[in-house]
Design a protein around this ligand. Structure first.
Ligand code: MF3
Ligand code: CO
Length: 258
């Protein structure tokens, strides 16, 4: 069952997601060579709590941190550690909060200093895929239209779209119905209705779509060890496409034209 949220609930979901966006805006300026990922996580948790919200990832199925910080070949769910960022790496930051009983979730992949042109391109294409997927999330469309928008955007470059992790409904729980795949499953899926709230999150690998789970039970890396990008917004389905709840003026990912 996919929940239809009232405007009152959507306002609360926007508040939760705007806390996520505000944290992303601060963390953006921490991304530089030498910074330890645990420091980034600590800053995120402090801001989240200061705003009266709770870090939704912490304790979720035993996850130990407020954020997921996924460097280079780490696809998702990288655990903040003593590891320092290095010049030329790409770094995904994923943040979730709960606020007044409603959840926010968004992710962005930043370049650390100057990155190679192929990494830059991977970030741009993944961000563009999210943009197009959001535009496809309109009343009367099918869930499949979202997945197809991502797939179409990534195809030409020979990238591998991750299949083992998907987007999700979000509301009074972090993960609700439906699952939102980033590839065409061959099924139309449910029709999208006004007030459905989705976290759309393409994860795109430089080449192979295959991922491997490390022994910590969380860290997912690319099977070929090539870099991977991840962008996520929480959106509400509207007549003309998804309205972004986690939009941020300071970091305008997911809102590029094209
Ligand atoms: N954005 C991811 C998701 O929606 C983050 C979950 S991380 C976890 O699944 F630690 F909470 F599992
Ligand atoms: Co998510």
């Amino acid at each position: 069952m996919i929940a239809i949220r009232t405007e009152r609930e959507i306002a609360l979901l926007r508040q939760a997601n705007q806390i996520v966006a505000a944290v992303h805006a601060v963390l953006k300026d921490m991304i530089r060579p030498g910074v330890i990922t645990r420091e980034i996580d600590a800053a995120a948790e402090a801001i989240i709590r200061e705003k009266g919200a709770v870090p939704a990832f912490k304790g979720y199925r035993g996850y130990p941190a407020a954020t997921c910080i996924s460097i280079e070949e780490v696809v998702v769910h990288g655990i903040p550690s003593k590891r320092a960022l290095k010049e030329g790496e790409i770094v995904s930051i994923d943040i979730g909060v709960s606020y007044k009983g409603y959840f926010g979730d968004a992710a962005v992949t930043w370049p650390c200093g100057h990155v190679s042109p192929d990494r830059r391109r991977l970030l741009e294409v993944t961000d563009l895929a999210l943009s197009r997927a959001i535009r496809a999330a309109k009343v009367g469309a099918f869930l499949q239209d979202i997945s197809r928008a991502v797939e179409k955007t990534c195809r030409a470059d020979g990238y591998g779209i991750v299949r083992d992790f998907v987007g999700h409904g979000i509301g009074t729980a972090m993960h609700e119905d439906p699952q939102v795949p980033n590839f065409d499953t061959g099924r139309r899926g449910p029709r999208l209705k006004k007030g459905m709230v989705l976290a759309i999150e393409p994860m795109v690998n430089m080449r192979s779509h295959e991922v491997v789970l490390l022994e910590d039970g969380w860290t997912a890396i690319t099977a070929d060890h090539l870099p991977s990008a991840h962008f996520e917004h929480s959106i509400v389905v509207r007549e003309n496409g998804g309205e972004i709840l986690s939009a941020s003026r300071e970091c305008d990912w997911g809102q590029r034209p094209g």
